[in-house]
Ligand binder design. Sequence first.
Ligand code: 5GP
Length: 347
Amino acid sequence: MRIEQDMKLDFKDVLIRPKRSTLTSRSEVDISRDFVFLHSQRKYHGIPIIAANMDATGTVEMARALARHELSVALHKHYEEAQILAFFAEQAGRRPGAFYSMGIMPPDYEKFRRVMDAANGAIENVCVDVANGYTKSFVSFILKLRANYPAITIMAGNVVTGEMTEELILDGVDIVKVGIGPGSVCTTRRMSGVGYPQLSAIIECADAAHGLRGLICADGGCTSPGDLAKAFGAGADFVMLGGMLAGHDECGSEIVEEDGVRKMRFYGMSSREAMNKYAGGVAEYRASEGKEVLLDYRGPVENTVQEILGGVRSACTYVGARKLRELSKCTTFIRVSQQLNEVFGQA
Ligand code: 5GP
């Protein structure tokens, strides 16, 4: 047994220090980014925020709403093939493109092959998603996928350490997805005791990825626009959001009333609820590592997107970053023991 003594940090442990700058208004800030992906060599242009491939947020409706602001979606993996094909045909040529999501089981790969064969090149980006990105079977899957599809952009994870980020990039991943346990409806840390504070995971994995010209997507744990600013400040190239985009019209969940208040269900993709829906219940050898919550219904996602983009722009203005690309160079984090004045509640 060994203990690492240096302190690992979460979003809540830091603030971004303001700096002198010549920027006078948020409108002078450009928060879009351009990338050329390392392996696929495809070009990306957009605002690098991605709706998570969860039932509530990885929807066709969310993709349409977010596309108006140049954000993208990782479609959840439970759509039928015909729906997926119709969606990607509708989206063809749109920048930034949506991600097709899959796990690493043989049926996932077979479905992907069939869809790719029928899609006429409309699917350019895939998200390979497993809870634990440290297994040999995950790495073998990535190698096989890259060998068979040299021109697709692969986002894959999740991992939280530099050495595994490097391994995945060397194996063919363009964007490594970072985060184990920080999610709003995730119970991995409670169930297994495993995890890594998200801000430190982003800093360490971004450093490892950028050294190899790869990219990372910070996945999970953002609870406010300021957390996205911190994720980008820490070096994230993309940020993936679940909970912050949940509870909206575009989530496709039904609205339920509780004590006269309109609510929407939101559940983790390895929660008991999801396993009951898709896998015929929780298998005996595994515990569920997600939960279900009932959120206040929040109407269309448009207002939330405006808030998020406004917050990230504001962060750039405070530190003098004219472009999102410059934000991490301009960021100095300060460690804090308290961030918010909550005398009137948390909003
Ligand atoms: P959020 O933005 O809600 O904090 O985090 C979203 C992320 O949580 C997702 O992209 C995914 O990586 C993770 N996640 C979603 N469902 C589950 C689950 O049931 N268990 C765990 N461990 N993580 C989940």
